[in-house]
Design a protein around this ligand. Structure first.
Ligand SMILES: *Cc1c(COP(=O)(O)O)cnc(C)c1O
Length: 395
């Protein structure tokens, strides 16, 4: 909708940069609340830790899911009220917990007895959310294994929390990032309702359920270059049904929280980069390969490029089907061989006449771009960023 704002900003730029369309981000926020009106949003700020983006979402009523002291401090500095900031990382030291508590943070995610005891010691009286492990199947990035615990552990963690003077406030899940199936959500709600029932039998009545992130961006291509087309309508239907199942299991209304990252920002950010060079090389066994090297790649904006493809636009070349083209592997500028689209899966059709220095636009690259940029790996600088707004005013 506001794609034009973004494309005009890319066209106006003569330097490499990443541009965020704040109007588009606000629209995603509002469309999420239209789909799930009963949910409080805590933007997973690691997906786009940019002050203007945090302030823009904060003005809409969003809070943030922060993963470190630095993120908490940035969120406070961007004007997010402390009661809307939660410490959503299950991995934290005693020092981190105490410092977050001193900053006024009262909501903590946890998934182990060790961590919950540390929260009781260093953030007395706080609210804790216990994260249940999910299988992560159906997601591009599963987030399984490292986080979350079993149903039995969750019961033990929340009972320990209660005994230690914390408020056993809720359960949380994360179905995996860029989750492509509604079924993963269905399985997560089955886990949630089971544990809610068990906790109820033990006299722990939860108030909150945190549904985590995982909502998909719409504009990516898969490794083969085909549109990913996640079933968002079905996903929202399953989430609405699942929320009702949780209320039924609890025998009362619950407060639902969601921590979308990618969904809010991915399609509203785009990169203006340049063609470094289009080359032809032959492998030792004689295979002819075309490679398109760009000025940005895995370490300056396209961290996820080995798992998906971004739509590319070459604004100084036509895209008429009769224009001469070559099939190339797209790669970034560094000496790392992961800094490329997955060659095993597909080649990208690019204009044969591409010359070094020609601009290229990389669409739907707004999530996990700024946060994963390295400070000069191989001497390539992180991209500067700009935030733009639609001139129509955004309503
Ligand atoms: C990364 C993360 C999110 C956001 O995930 P998306 O897939 O980008 O929506 C939400 N919650 C937690 C705890 C996370 O670690």
């Amino acid at each position: 909708m506001h794609e034009n704002t973004l494309l005009s900003a890319l066209a106006a730029s003569t330097e490499d940069r990443i541009v965020f369309d704040l109007t588009g981000i606000e629209e995603s926020y509002r469309s999420l609340l239209r789909e799930l009106p009963d949910v409080s949003v805590r933007f997973a700020m690691k997906a786009c830790p940019v002050d203007e983006v945090l302030a823009c979402l904060g003005n809409q009523g969003s809070g943030v899911d922060a993963a470190s002291l630095h993120e908490i401090t940035q969120a406070i500095g961007s004007g997010i009220p402390r009661e809307r900031i939660h410490y959503g990382n299950t991995v934290k030291s005693d020092h981190d917990i105490a410092a977050a508590h001193r900053l006024g943070i009262r909501d903590f995610a946890t998934d182990s007895l060790e961590d919950v005891r540390a929260i009781a010691s260093h953030a007395a009286g706080s609210r804790v959310f216990c994260r249940l492990a999910t299988d992560g199947d159906g997601a591009l990035w599963g987030l399984s294994k490292k986080f979350g615990c079993s149903a039995a552990d969750a019961v033990a963690v929340l009972e320990t929390a209660r005994a230690a003077g914390l408020e056993p406030a809720g359960l949380s899940v994360h179905v995996g990032s860029q989750q492509m199936t509604a079924d993963a959500w269905r399985r997560a709600f089955e886990q949630l309702t089971d544990v809610i029932g068990e906790l109820d039998r033990r006299g722990i009545a939860l108030r909150h359920v945190n549904l985590g992130g995982g909502l998909p961006a719409l504009g990516y291509l898969d490794k083969r270059g085909a549109p990913l087309e996640p079933p968002v309508d079905k996903i929202f239907t399953v989430i609405r049904e699942g929320m009702q199942q949780c209320r039924d299991a609890a025998g009362k209304d619950l407060d639902f929280v969601m921590e979308p990252g990618r969904y809010l920002v991915a399609d509203h950010g785009a990169i203006r980069a340049r063609v470094s060079r289009l080359t032809v090389r032959h492998t030792p066994d004689g295979e002819r390969q075309n490679w398109l090297y760009l000025s940005c790649g895995k370490f300056n904006g396209l961290y996820e490029m080995d798992e998906l493809q971004y739509r590319l636009v070459f604004p100084t070349h036509g895209d008429h089907p009769d224009d001469p083209f070559v099939l190339a592997t797209v790669a970034g500028p560094t000496c790392d061989s992961d800094d490329a689209y997955s060659r095993a899966h597909s080649l990208v059709r690019v204009p044969e006449a591409l010359a070094s220095g020609d601009p290229v636009w990389v669409l739907s690259s707004g999530a996990y771009a700024v946060s994963y940029m390295t400070q000069g790996f191989n001497g390539f600088s992180p991209l500067p960023f700009t935030c733009v707004r639609s001139t129509e005013g955004g309503r």
